[in-house]
Design a protein around this ligand. Structure first.
Ligand code: GLP
Length: 241
């Protein structure tokens, strides 16, 4: 795992956006794996700015998002569909038929997981997967204990994850209990991965990632087995490494 230490959130976002743009430039039909949460918001802003300055086109880009809550309509501002539409998709020239998120509102989540895996397979492997890091080491919504062999699946969210994400909801009770997430093995199929981590509150998780063992009890540790992963970490989050 390469480690790039940057000054702050702004530098992390810029560095990651440049990496995404390079991947788009290097491929005729780039496939990007995208993440939600606070971490990638700044990166999306840089991508929108680059698009507006005609420095990048998303015309031939296909995207797959990591995860979606179960039971939250796509029109709800807490859904990851809504997040992606408003943070990125509506501002750029990406073809809506080429943007994929798991459907968390389906009557048949198990079938949705299989369909999502099929769509991933049909697109070929993801060229560049963007990841954030949960406080408990989750990637996507793969909570501690998720088998490294997992493919796209339904997951029950940890209490700590629901608490961490409660800031987006009016009441903690409104935070969904379940989600659909790409599995750890699905993520590991990506040709390249960048993991962005920012802020003092993630410093323990970063230390665990860098210095700890590779273990299913800390899902992100699996990334140390991948041949092409870059951790982009800002100084506050890198304080203990
Ligand atoms: C969320 C998402 C993850 C994200 C992580 C960190 O629950 N499912 O994909 O990377 O937790 O979130 P944040 O970037 O807001 O700290």
């Amino acid at each position: 795992m390469h480690i790039i230490k940057v000054k702050d959130y702004t530098e992390m976002s810029r560095y990651a956006a440049q990496h995404v743009i390079k991947t788009i430039e290097d491929h005729d039909e780039p496939v990007l794996g995208l993440a939600t949460g606070s971490t990638p918001e700044g990166m999306y802003n840089y991508l929108i700015e680059a698009y507006q300055k005609q420095k990048v086109s998303f015309e031939n880009v296909t995207t797959f998002n990591l995860d979606e809550y179960i039971g939250v309509p796509a029109t709800d501002e807490n859904s990851y569909h809504y997040f992606m539409e408003h943070q990125l998709f509506k501002h750029i020239d990406v073809d809506p038929n080429h943007t994929h998120l798991p459907d968390g509102n389906t009557d048949d989540p198990q079938k949705e997981c299989l369909d999502y895996e099929k769509a991933l397979e049909d697109a070929g492997n993801i060229d560049l997967q963007v990841l954030g890091l949960g406080l408990n080491g989750h990637i996507g919504f793969n909570e501690p204990g998720t088998p490294f062999s997992s493919r796209t699946h339904v997951i029950e969210l940890d209490e700590s994850t629901r608490k961490a994400n409660a800031r987006f909801f009016d009441r903690k009770e409104d935070v969904p209990t379940h989600a659909i997430t790409m599995g750890i093995d699905s993520i590991m199929d990506s040709k390249e991965i960048i993991l962005m981590v920012s802020g003092e509150k993630k410093k323990e998780a970063v230390k665990q990632l860098v210095d700890g063992d590779i273990s299913e009890s800390f899902p992100a540790s699996v990334l140390k087995k991948h041949p092409n992963v870059t951790l982009i970490v800002d100084h506050p989050a890198a304080e203990l490494i």
